[in-house]
Design a binder for this molecule. Structure first.
Ligand code: G6P
Length: 467
């Protein structure tokens, strides 16, 4: 069966490697090796008077990467507007940040319809399945059905899926969730996401969900939980290699014996950057012996900067870093090294291996692959300690991490002190436990499990009724 994977953002072929984690970096190794066709936005826009989507196709491993210019007139409303100012905050339980301009929803629907037309080029073959990724394309399956596509179509949500009241903050939530039932299979990162979705279908749409199956006017849809993993072996190999990179060896020697704590995130309010910094400051405040003895390297990649909330956050985090460095710093020691740029996956792997503590404190996160990458990058004989928010999907799997509530500043400070003083034996035991989980569930397995379940579901389900 041929597989067409669709996501808004795709890996860039001109970059040596993806610059940070997230969906595009996670998908790259599996798409490359599976022979799938990966379709997504080119990052450029085009005049809407051109009705027919223009695709640019390039080879990608055994498969291909096809990018499409999205319509200029609708792009902002689709990406900055509905996707990232309505859906993203609601999905991350920030209803207070939901903002929608009147034309945003229409733009979102237009871009979904446009992407469906672009995908038709790959739907001529009966033996093709389509796998849609993430919240940018909730109604894409319904648009494809409208165009007569009868092949299996699956959907995977990389973010959390919150409870009914939070979803209801999104204008048009009923229409959107109802449209999602055109998919044969809908996958979530955690059982909570799946449970919340089933609960929404019952309470809001009055549907019956039996086991993991729901029947609607679109036919039958299966719900499932598929926690995404990383290419564990590849990442561990990168980390070993990375030690030789000049930026990694320079980092190591610059520490002058201090221990390194590392954080790597997009600048996003879901990532708990301010909470993390406050936790680090609380450690320096409560236990002065850690001053000079520890340094926090925070890589914070600017993200979605055209949205005012994100720009305000960039400012807030920079101010906080300045305050901490001003207050605790010494002429020869900077508590927080703050970098607003991305690094290649190999360099990041080197940073992770150099750091005795990985500090990952999202307030809400679908999975969080940085947590998994940090573990995979460790030296097995002298591994670092992962401190992980209990609100990341990864906390369900990486149970041997030090789990913290990121709203509890004192708890972050305590976890840091515990991690920095942990015996080698305990570090090794915790690391081995987490590493077993990562070895057993690499991204390759996530991909093949979803594809197999979609194939099974589509072959068992009753025929889909076109609208
Ligand atoms: C999250 C989303 C992805 C998105 C990524 C980066 O991981 O789930 O869909 O691609 O953030 O955000 P961006 O807006 O830069 O694509």
């Amino acid at each position: 069966m041929d597989i067409v994977v669709v996501s808004n953002r795709v890996a860039r072929l001109d970059a040596e490697e993806p610059m940070t984690g997230g969906l595009a970096a996670a998908l790259l190794p599996v798409v490359r090796d599976s022979g799938a066709i990966w379709v997504g936005s080119s990052g450029r826009t085009r005049d809407t008077s051109v009705k027919e989507p223009l695709l640019e196709v390039a080879a990608l491993g055994k498969g291909a990467l096809a990018t499409v210019d999205l319509p200029a007139a609708h792009y902002r409303g689709y990406y900055e507007g509905f996707s990232n100012s309505a859906l993203w905050p609601a999905l991350h339980s920030r209803a207070d940040l939901v903002r929608v301009e009147p034309e945003d929803y229409a733009a979102y629907r237009e871009v979904n319809a446009y992407m469906a037309r672009a995908l038709m080029r790959f739907c001529r073959n009966e033996a093709t399945m389509i796998w849609v990724q993430d919240y940018h394309f909730l109604p894409l399956g319904a648009e494809l059905r409208r165009l007569g596509v009868t092949q299996p179509i699956g959907f995977f949500l990389h973010t959390p899926l919150p409870g009914r009241d939070m979803l209801a903050a999104v204008p048009h939530h009923r229409e959107l969730i109802e449209a999602m039932l055109a998919y044969d299979l809908i996958g979530f990162q955690t059982v909570d996401g799946q449970r919340n979705f089933a609960d929404y279908l019952r309470r809001e749409l009055g549907l019956t969900v039996r086991g993991a199956i729901v029947r609607s006017r679109h036919g039958e849809t299966r719900l499932g939980t598929f926690p995404i993993g990383i290419d564990t072996a590849l990442f561990a190999e990168r980390a070993t290699k990375a030690a030789a990179r000049p930026e990694v060896s320079r980092l190591r020697s610059s520490l002058q014996g201090a221990k390194l704590v590392v954080g790597v995130d997009r600048i996003d309010y879901s990532k708990g950057l301010a909470n993390r910094l406050r936790g680090f400051a609380a450690l320096l405040e409560a236990q002065p012996s850690f001053r000079r003895a520890v340094t926090l390297l925070q890589v914070a990649v600017p993200s979605r900067s055209d949205i005012p909330t994100y720009r305000a956050l960039e400012h807030e985090v920079a101010t906080l870093v300045g305050n901490i460095n001003g207050r605790f710093g010494e002429p020869d020691w900077t508590p927080v090294r703050y970098l607003n740029k991305g690094f290649s996956q190999t360099t990041l792997a080197g940073f992770y291996r150099t750091a005795g503590v990985g500090l990952v404190t999202p307030l809400n996160d679908g999975m969080n692959l940085v947590a998994k990458e940090y573990v995979a990058a460790q030296n097995p004989f002298d591994p670092g300690v992962l401190i992980l928010s209990e609100f990341a999907g990864a906390a369900r799997e990486l149970e041997a991490a030090l789990l913290v509530n990121p709203h509890d500043t004192a708890a972050i400070a305590r976890a840091l002190a515990q991690a920095l003083g942990m015996s080698q034996q305990e570090r090794c035991e915790r690391w081995e436990t987490n590493m077993k989980v990562l070895r057993a569930s690499p991204v390759q397995l996530w991909f093949s499990d979803f594809v197999r379940t979609l194939d099974d579901q589509a072959s068992m389900a009753l025929p889909v009724v076109a609208e």
